[in-house]
Design a protein around this ligand. Sequence first.
Ligand code: GCW
Length: 710
Amino acid sequence: MYNREYGYDLWMRYRPISDNNLALRYQGLIGKLCTMSQNETVAIAVKELKIAYHGFFSADLSFTEDLSKASLVVGRVSDLPDEISGQIEWSEKGNLLSQAFAIKNLDYQGRKILVIAGQSSIALLYGVFHFLRLVQTHEPLDQLNVVSMPKTALRMLNHWDNLDLSIERGYAGASIFDWHRLPGYLHPRYEDYARAQASLGINVITINNVNANPISLTTKYIIKLKALADFFRAYGIKIFLSIRFSGPMEIGGLKTNDPLDAGVRDWWKKKAEEFYHYIPDFGGYLVKANSEGQPGPMDYNRSHSDGANMLAQSLEPFGGIVIWRAFVYDHKIDEDRAKQPYNEFKPLDGQFLPNVIVQVKNGPVDFQPREPFHPLFGAMPKTNLAMEFQITQEYLGLATHLVYLAPLFKEVLDADTYSQGPGSSVGKVIDGSLENKSLTCMAAVANVGTDLNWCGHHFAQANWYAFGRLAWDHQLDSREIALEWIKMTFGHNTTMVMTMAQLMMESREISVNYRTPLGLHHIMGRGHHYGPGPWVTGGRADWTSPYYHRADESGLGFDRSVTGSNGAAQYFKPWSDIFGNKQSCPESLLLWFHHVSWDHKMKSGRTLWEELCYKYDEGVKGVESMVKQWETLGPYVDESRFNEVRSLMAMQLREAIWFKDSCLLYFQKFAKRPWPEGMVEPQGKIEEFESHEDFFVPGIPNPFAAKLVE
Ligand code: GCW
């Protein structure tokens, strides 16, 4: 058989356990399965055990209906005999207990058995996947006493997939959601996608772009959606739909979309009835309104809460939820873009209905390589707030660069907002523990497509994985997650595991250094956002780069202190003071909050100009070291994945140099200072960099294509 590794298996890569002793021990422990509950979801869990068992041991899992002969027992806790269930302590309590599972070795009638129990069938499925993770990572299986439940209620992927199979900011092929052939044809990929999601405990997906097409609100498309919902249900996955606020006019033929208009309200009410008629457990809507040209309530001088609440009321009788995005900004408003979401949303705290969640991006601008945490976290204690991360690497190298995102996610989740004094972390806002919320949600923009390996880059799979693990428990450690993922996806050789982990852990800081060090942001290529573009000007100011970097002869950076936009004041103390003051502001965010003179002394003793040069240089050197480290892995990684990653890394290095050279040559025009000693000097001509154009970059309909045709 041709055994090439395509990466299609993701982390569910159940390869033979080569250590014979370990394999024998494991087989003894789990070789005979007794299933205590029966339904579709439990059948999925059992099927997974079968597939995995066969993969690990090249043998078939055997089954017994006789509990006294079983070595592995799986079931919902309510279906287990008291003698077994009584031995499990569900130490964790809370409103998410129904999603909790336990994995425990215990004595049953004088024999040792291993039990996987779930508070519900879905929880059992989560338990089985967790158990398989323990096997895949070669954990000892004879002293287990695991009880786990998620910290957030909705663990969500937002697909920005269009109905025509294209994906906004998608770099891994086309959409996996094959609308044209729905409802009749269910692509086999749906099953593997659902397995992957369930293996992480992801329980909600929005399957279409937030820049939504109103067609998805028609009956024809609701029926297509139903086919997907019916399929995903047994995996514990609920579907949300991104809706276009102007549906009443565009689909319903109404004269207005005003959320306070009786006809509009009635239209949405009937739409909700229709959704729930076809999909009784439909999740609800995700809404991008009054942002980047999308219609919304403000077109009628109504507020975000008027719009969200109108939809929420229509969904409420059915238990539906509205997720309303706080990613709003408008170039017609004469205000720092980074301040606009807070300005618009903070005054509405307390005005959203209980079934509304406001979804806030991790930072105040837009998924940049590094942003401070969003000032809305902690600032809306009376509103359900969801986190929105971006897994797809719009600003981090598309599907070409190896950038492990868990450290970025954790940096934000662990940040202390101080909203209620020390210890008020963003993670605690999101999991509801700080403000006593139960409708909690962590979402991320997906990086999934029809590529053989799903994500375009083998290591981009780790970002999907890490998001899922952190959505379950934001206190997990980035490195631990990386180690798990590597072992599950690549194998166990210690040199390989350690090298890959190091490479992954360093990759995010390296990419910040060669893209946007010291708090720079939004200096990428126009439209497609690929490659450097600090020189991008023309058109609306907030889509140009100088708006953000403000380079001039005196210095560099956006002044968000009192002398500038005072964006720092949107944070709680002490952050407002720390960020607001050049001396105390962390250097990693210095140019985010301050316009700093080229000769400003940095902590290293260098000037800002020198430090900027060194940071870019460090970024490139970092990628060089990644390349070298990868080269050492040839003996341990299968040929196919080794070569793919190797070629992508060579591209990453070329592009890192491109960023460094072009950005530094550009900034030198303002700084007018020589290259500091010890760095590798940038090569090339700034005019050439500035006139460089890229065509057909994936992720957007290419504006330059039209230009060429003209
Ligand atoms: O980052 C920006 C992207 C847009 C996206 C928008 C958003 C879906 O460039 O493509 O639109 O964010 O989050 O709505």
